[in-house]
Ligand binder design. Sequence first.
Ligand code: HMG
Ligand code: MG
Length: 308
Amino acid sequence: MNRIQQETDLPERVKIVEVGPRDGLQNESATVPLEVKVGLIERLGAAGLPAIETGSFVSPKWVPQMADSDRVYGAIRKRAGVGYPVLVPNSRGLAGALKAGVQEVAVFAAASESFTRKNINSTIDESLERYRSVVAEALDSGLRVRGYVSCVLGCPYEGAITPDAVARVAGQLDSMGCYEISLGDTIGAGTPRDARDMIRVVSERIPVQRLAAHFHDTYGQGLANVLAVLQEGVSVVDGSVSGLGGCPYAKGATGNLATEDLLYMLDGMGIKTGVDMGRLLDAGRFICEHLGRRPVSRVGQARWVRKD
Ligand code: HMG
Ligand code: MG
């Protein structure tokens, strides 16, 4: 353990969950071809990411970009030891995921009533009731289930959200049997002290080892927020390659914290991840070239100009 880790009690190892192929692409209006999605996921696997969210089994009327998630899942060469979760909003989604042979699903709730209505067309309590049976069936079928709580540091429709509201929803997902709860700052508006306080309240109900952080980077607070929650004991962090994405039901919110920037910070601090920067940058270049876009990640931009 080096000096900075001892001083601030940082974890020695962080698990990065790559959400780019799902959270990153779900907001793209032009259809991304199946082979590009598969190419992206395989490059991310080659970079050493231990978990890669490959898609979602949601209504194609709501999120058309994810309509081919079953075929994407079927086409990727799965690497041993890598998790390939998909999102499911209901039993129909779970049935599709099971048919596709998926081994891990994620259910997604929110701490805001308005966002829940816009995103999954129900109240918070209705969504939790539905998830209780979806999670039970998924566990019975031998799947691992991750839970998400959105709007943990603010809602695009309601503004401030209390840590207690987050803890209530997170606690319910935990009681259903989710192995981990990913806490999403959907609109990327939170700042480090709020992130820290929210984690402190939620970890009174759920051991911090079972919490993950999912920061969108709309206001440039992502890395600072990550550092704040690492200091609270969080050791699982979601990222999106090249900072792609956003939620179609959170207008104005940009992509997740870029995985490249997250990795740069963790590498620099001597925190192990098992992820290779060069290969991660390859994956980012691949998808950005397809989308005709320069990377949003700062590391990607620095390396893009220098072409190394
Ligand atoms: P609804 O319209 O209330 O549901 O949508 P419904 O049961 O009335 O069904 C409507 C139509 O969709 C029907 O088709 C269903 O069959 C079909 P029709 O009869 O009209 O032809 N349908 C489905 N089709 C395929 N797969 C399914 C499915 N379910 C119904 N699973 C529903 C309710 C939940 C389905 C809808 O609101 C939905 O799909 N929402 C998903 C929204 C979404 O994916 N948002 C982005 C992910 S969340 C996120 O990004 C946040 C996160 O990153 C964390 C953070 O950043 O905070 C996770
Ligand atoms: Mg998200």
